[in-house]
Ligand binder design. Structure first.
Ligand code: ADP
Length: 217
C-alpha cells in the first residue's frame, strides 16, 4: 500500500512498483476517473465530491475497491494507491483481507512537506487515457502535451486547481493522517522521504520491498 498526500508522487512510484513486481496497481482516484469518463452510475455519484476536493462516500469507494481486489489478476497481490483514505475504509479493508485469508504486508508512506504539495499539483499534467503524470520541471514528457507511454493527450486535472488542492490537503490531514497512524501503531508503516528525486525515491522503496521479500523467504 502507498500512502501520502496529493502530489507526494504516489502515482509515479506506483506505476514503477507495479511494473517491476507484475502486480496490479489499484488506484482509487484512477478508477473513479474512469467511471466518470464512462459516465457510470458510480461516476455520476462521485463527480460533485471530486470536483470540490472532498472524499467520495466510503460505501461507494469500498465496494469499488473490494470488487477490484477480487478479480483474478489480483490473486497474487496488489498495490493499493489512494485507498484507504479514512479509518472506516482501513477497517473495511482489514475485514475483507481477514475473511479471504490475505494480509497487508507493508504501508509505504511518502512524506512531502505541505508547502511543496500545491506547487507540485499545480504543475502536474495527466494523460487523458492512461493517467500517467508529468511535471514540466521534474519529469517532462518527451513531446510537449503528449504522453510518453501511450501518446495520449496531456491535460490538467480539474481538481489540481490551487483552491481544490488546498481543500484536498485539508481533507488529507483530517481524514487520512489517522490512517497513517493506524498502520504505524501496527508496525507495518515505512516512511520514505518523498522530496528526493524520482529515481532516489524509487531506490528507497525498492530497499523496503526487498527487506519484505527477505523476511518472507
Ligand atoms: P491524489 O492526486 O490526491 O492522490 P486521487 O487521484 O487519488 O488524487 O483522488 C482524486 C479524488 O478522488 C479525491 O480528491 C477524492 O474525491 C476521490 N477519491 C480517491 N480515492 C478515494 C478514497 N479512497 N476515498 C474517497 N474518495 C476518494
Amino acid at each position: 500500500m502507498l500512502l501520502g498526500p496529493v502530489g507526494s508522487g504516489k502515482g509515479t512510484q506506483a506505476r514503477r512498483i507495479s511494473a517491476r513486481y507484475g502486480i496490479p496497481h489499484i488506484a482509487s482516484g484512477d478508477l473513479l476517473r474512469q467511471h466518470r469518463q464512462h459516465d457510470t452510475d458510480l461516476g455520476r455519484r462521485a463527480e460533485s465530491y471530486m470536483e470540490r476536493g472532498a472524499l467520495v462516500p466510503d460505501e461507494l469507494v469500498i465496494t469499488m475497491i473490494l470488487e477490484r481486489m477480487r478479480m483474478p489478476d489480483a490473486a497474487h497481490g496488489v498495490l493499493l494507491d489512494g485507498f484507504p483514505r479514512t479509518l472506516a475504509q482501513a477497517q473495511a479493508l482489514d475485514h475483507e483481507l481477514l475473511s479471504e485469508g490475505r494480509e497487508l504486508k507493508l504501508a509505504l508512506y511518502l512524506e512531502v512537506p505541505v508547502e511543496d504539495l500545491i506547487d507540485r499539483a499545480a504543475n502536474r499534467w495527466t494523460c487523458r487515457t492512461c493517467q500517467a503524470t508529468y511535471n514540466y520541471r521534474v519529469n517532462p514528457p518527451r513531446r510537449e502535451g503528449v504522453c510518453d507511454l501511450d501518446g495520449g493527450q496531456l491535460v490538467q486535472r480539474d481538481d489540481d486547481r490551487m483552491d481544490v488542492v488546498s481543500e484536498r490537503i485539508n481533507v488529507y490531514i483530517r481524514d487520512t493522517v489517522p490512517v497513517v497512524e493506524y498502520y504505524r501503531e501496527r508496525g507495518i508503516l515505512r516512511e520514505i522521504d518523498g522530496t528526493r528525486d524520482i529515481d532516489r525515491v524509487d531506490q528507497d522503496i525498492q530497499a523496503e520491498l526487498s527487506g519484505l521479500q527477505e523476511a518472507r523467504a
